[in-house]
Design a protein. Structure first.
Length: 361
């Protein structure tokens, strides 16, 4: 049952009251959307559950998950905000209201600055990748600022909207082609940067890759195929690298957890454009992440790695001493490994890792 799967995803610190709130929200949403279907033909409640599951992975409060389940009820069913408040209280009502208001905003994509009162079937000119990457950063910042203001600066509303958009992107293939391009462009320009601003990297990466698939399908396919072709060799190499790193750090009394870093297609594309390099010339196609106990261990591990392998000039960044605007912290470096090929390494603490994956919020 969908509800049972959702309950299994809820954070472990939820009490009985939290779980009861989620169950009630599910029951109300299921009844409200009972006669509605998605473009795919599946019951609309499946979308609400998917949004709630994404939010549960972010370990948000129960009121946020309840609002995620109910986020389309006021917009798409006879339910009113008064109904929400009477059944679930002011907090859930405020969150649902915030998400509902967003659906009435004009399109905020930089490629479409005009108010769009109604969704039409007029096909939009696809955005060229070079034009997409060449837009000025101040335009992005201004658009993001306006979007935050529209959301009332309530990070909980932002999280619900991001979860809503992520599931819509996962199921975008059921939409007409011209709508897919417009929605993907808007996601790449607005929602992925919002996730980045909040430091929620797991949402950022997926939003970017799903969007890029529709904005530039040819380049997406090209990079994806090259990644797939090299995956067996790369995975074998990474296993050997991880074993060697564990032994090396243990020899220097540094505890660590080491994993290979998944590669994200849009991130690779941006680096190819920025560095004007072909796919096989990028330093971070092979990459590992080290999780160590504390900040001193981060720098100790860095010293061991730089002593063992030659650092590549211009590839070191200290985001621990100077965090990114979204509070992201980590040490980034690239070295020439034993096989004379580049290897990118990220070093961070467990707390830094959790913040990077789930956001400071």
């Amino acid at each position: 049952m969908p509800l049972e799967k959702l309950l299994e995803q809820l954070p472990e610190n939820y009490g009985v009251t939290d779980r009861e709130l989620v169950i009630r929200a599910y029951q109300v949403a299921e009844e409200a959307h009972r006669q509605q279907k998605r473009h795919s033909g599946e019951p609309y409640i499946n979308h609400c559950i998917a949004v709630a599951n994404i939010l549960a992975e972010l370990k948000v409060p129960s009121e946020v998950i309840a609002a995620g389940l109910l986020h389309d009820t006021v917009e798409d069913t006879p339910m009113t905000l008064g109904d929400i408040r009477r059944e679930f209280g002011d907090t859930v009502k405020i969150l649902v209201d915030g998400v509902t208001k967003l659906s009435h905003l004009p399109r905020v994509s930089r490629g479409d600055q005009h108010a769009e009162k109604h969704d039409t079937d007029t096909e939009e000119v696809p955005l060229e990748p070079a034009a997409l990457l060449g837009r000025k950063e101040d335009m992005v910042s201004e658009t993001l600022r306006k979007t935050f203001l529209a959301m009332g600066e309530d990070v909980r509303v932002v999280l619900i909207k991001l979860a809503d958009r992520l599931h819509n992107m996962r199921t975008l293939g059921h939409m007409p082609e011209h709508k897919r391009k417009r929605i993907a462009k808007e996601t790449l320009e607005i929602f992925a940067p919002l996730a980045n601003r909040l430091g929620i990297w797991q949402l950022k990466w997926e939003l970017e890759d799903l969007s890029f698939r529709y904005v530039n399908p040819e380049k997406y396919k090209d990079i994806a195929e090259q990644l797939a072709e090299r995956r067996p060799d790369r995975e074998a190499q990474l296993e050997e690298i991880k074993i060697n790193l564990v032994k090396l750090l243990a020899k220097n009394n540094i505890q660590s957890e080491i994993s290979g870093r998944p590669k994200h297609i849009y991130s690779i594309f941006k680096k190819m454009q920025k560095k004007d390099k072909a796919f096989n010339m990028l330093y971070d196609v092979r990459a590992v992440r080290l999780i160590v106990p504390d900040v001193p261990s981060c720098y100790a591990a860095l010293g061991v790695i730089h002593t063992t392998w030659r650092p590549i000039p211009g590839e070191f960044d200290d985001y621990i001493a100077a965090p990114k605007d979204n509070f992201y912290q980590s040490l980034h470096t690239a070295v020439v490994y034993d096989d004379r090929r580049p290897l990118e390494v990220q070093i961070r603490t467990q707390e830094m890792h959790l913040n990077a994956e789930y956001g400071i919020a």
